[in-house]
Design a protein. Sequence first.
Length: 671
Amino acid sequence: MPTAPTVPWPTDGLSFGGDYSPEQWPREVWHEDVRLMREAGVNLVTVGVFSWALLERSPGVFTFDWLDEVLDLLHENGIAVDLATPTAAPPNWLLTAHPEILPVDATERRERPGGRLGWCAASETFREHALRIVGALAERYGEHPAVRLWHVSNELGGGNARCYCEVSAADFRDWLADRYGDVDAANSAWGTAFWGHTYTSFDEVSPPRGVGGAPNPGLALDFERYSSDALLRHLDAETAVIEQHSAVPVTTNFMVGAGSQVVDYAEWARHVAIPANDHYTLVDDPRREQDLALAGDRMRGMTRDRGSWLLMEHSTGGPSWQQRNRAKDPSELVRNALAHVAHGSDGALFFQWRASTAGAEQFHSAMLPHAGTRTRVWREVLALGRALRALGPVQGSRVEAARVAIVVDEASGWALQSGLKPHRGLRYATEVRAWHRAFHDRQVTTDVVPLDADLDAYDVVVLPTLLIVDDAAAARLAAVVERGATLVVTYLSGVADETARIRSGGYPGAFRQVLGAWSEEFTPLQVGETRTLDDGGVVIDWAESVVVDDAETVLRHTDGPLAGTPAVTRRPVGGGAWYVSVRLPDQSIRRIVDRIVEERGIARTVTAPPGLEAVRRVRDDGSAFLFLLNHTDGDVGLSAAGTDLLDGSVHGPETVVPAGRVRVLREERAS
Ligand code: GAL
C-alpha cells in the first residue's frame, strides 16, 4: 500500500496527557503540576486553548512571559506541548468592540458573550484579529523545542457550526455563485419552481432561516455544506499562518461520536497533518463502548492510509455538561483510553489535567481531581500512564486491514434530518451505529469510510441510509459487486441526488439496478407499531412496498398491509447485493450480518461473546498486538496467545480477560 510522507509523531511512544491550563493557577502550582505529570508519565499537554484574553490584553499588545515560562518549564521536564491557538474564546474586548462577530442562530437571535466559539466563521473582522494572535504565537513559538504539535482553536463548530447573520448570508451567496456559476443553475438544481421560489439573482437567496421548518431541501443542504466549508476556511487560514513560522504538524480536535454531524470531517481530515478527536461517552447510552469503537473506526477511516490519529480529549470521570454526570466505574478509565488506542489512536489525552475550581466547568472531572492524589482516579491515571508506556511499541502500527467498510457521508445525515420527510424521527447516526454494532459484537473490524474512499480492498460494503448520492459515487458503489464484493444497501439510500432531488422511477433510485429490487411507496410505521417478518423478527419505524425484478427474497412481511411482500432481498450477483428495505432491531441486523460474515469467510478477530472487544494492530515488520477489552462484568475466556504487554504474563493457547480489564497480547506471527 503506498504510504504518504510520514508525519513526525509528537512523542516518543504513545502520547499521554491532557489540556493544561496553568493560567488558572498560581506559579507554585505549576511546579507541582510538572512533578505530578512526570510521576504519571505525561508526555504531551495541550496548552493555551482559552488564553487569548491573557495573551493579548488589548489589540496587538501581547503578554507572552507567562507562556514562555510554562513552555520552558514543561520542556525542562521532558513534556512536549501541543500548542493551541486561543481562537475558541475571543476576548471580551473584541466582542465588546465588535458584537457583530457573534454568531446568529436560525431564529435570528445573536449569541451573547460569556460562552465560547462566539464567532461567525464568515466574519473578516474576527479573522483579522484571530490571525494576528495566531501569527504572534507562531512567530514566537514556531521553533520552541517544547512545541511538537499545533492545535488550531478548539472543536471548531461546537457552538458556531452555523451562522445565519447577514455577513454569512453574503458569504453563502458567493459560495453559491462559485458552485453554480449562474442563478438559473441553482434554480434548476433546487427545483425552485416549487412554491414559486425562483430566484432572479443570488442576492435574493438567504440561508434557510424563518421558513417554518420547511426549507427548500437543496438549498438547506447547500447551506450545511457551505457552513462546513466556512469553518474549514478558517482552519486553513490559521494553519497557513502557523506554517509560515513552524514546521511542526498541525491538528484540530474533531467531535466524532454520539451521532455528532457538525461538519464534513472527512474533508477536514485532509487538511490536517494528524487528525484528532474528542470523545465523551454519554451516560444514558447502554452501549457506550460501542459508540467509542465506532468513533475510533470512523477516525481511522478518514485518516490518510488508515494510519494513526490522536485522541485529544476524553474524560477520567463525569463531564459536567450531561444531566447526571456519572463517574466512570473502576477500570473504565483505562479500558476506554486503551479502546481508543486499539482503534488507531496513538495516544490518550484528557480534558483536563487539573480539575478547575472556578469557571463553568468547575465540576468536570480531570486527571488530577479536586481531592488530589489520594484518589482512585489518580491511581487509575498512574495505571494508564504505565500501560501506555508499556504499549510504546504499538505507536506507528496500524489496525489490521478490515474487510468490511461502512460508508458514511454527512450530506445524507444533514438531508435526512432536516425539512419535511416521510418519517422525521429517523436519525442517520442511529442506522450507521446499528450496522457497526452487529460487526463489532462479532469481533469483526470495520473501517467506517467516507463516500469517496477507495473500496477495492473490502469484501463487504454497507451503505446505511445513504440518502444523498451522486451518479458517479453510486456507480462506484454499485461496481463493488462486479468484482465479487457484497453490497448491503439499507432503506432510503440512493433516493436523492447531490442536489437533494428525488430520483424518479422507484426507490432506492441510484441502487435499483444493482439491487434488482425497488419500492413504489414508503410506509413509515407509527410509534410503538411493529410488523412481523417470516423469520419471526420484527420491523420498526420504516417499511416500503418492494417489487422484485431480479433478486431473491430473503425476508418477507407476514402481517399488516405489506403481508407477503419482500422486506429484505438479495440479488445473486458478485458477493450478493442486499436491499434491507425496513428498519430492523439489533437482533435481526445481527442475523443478516452473521450470514454475510459466514458466507464471505470473514475471520473474526477472536471468537468470544459480545462485550469482549478485540482489535489487532500490526506493524510492517510482522509484529502484531491483539487488544482484548472486556466490557462485561464477568471474566471471559477465549483462544488467543502471546505476551501481555501490560503485565508481562504469557498466554496461550487460551487466555482469560478478567471482568472490566484489558489485555494487549504481543503475538508471535511470521512476518
Ligand atoms: C470539550 C471541550 C473542552 C471541555 C470538554 C468538557 O468539548 O473541547 O474544552 O469543555 O468538552 O467535556
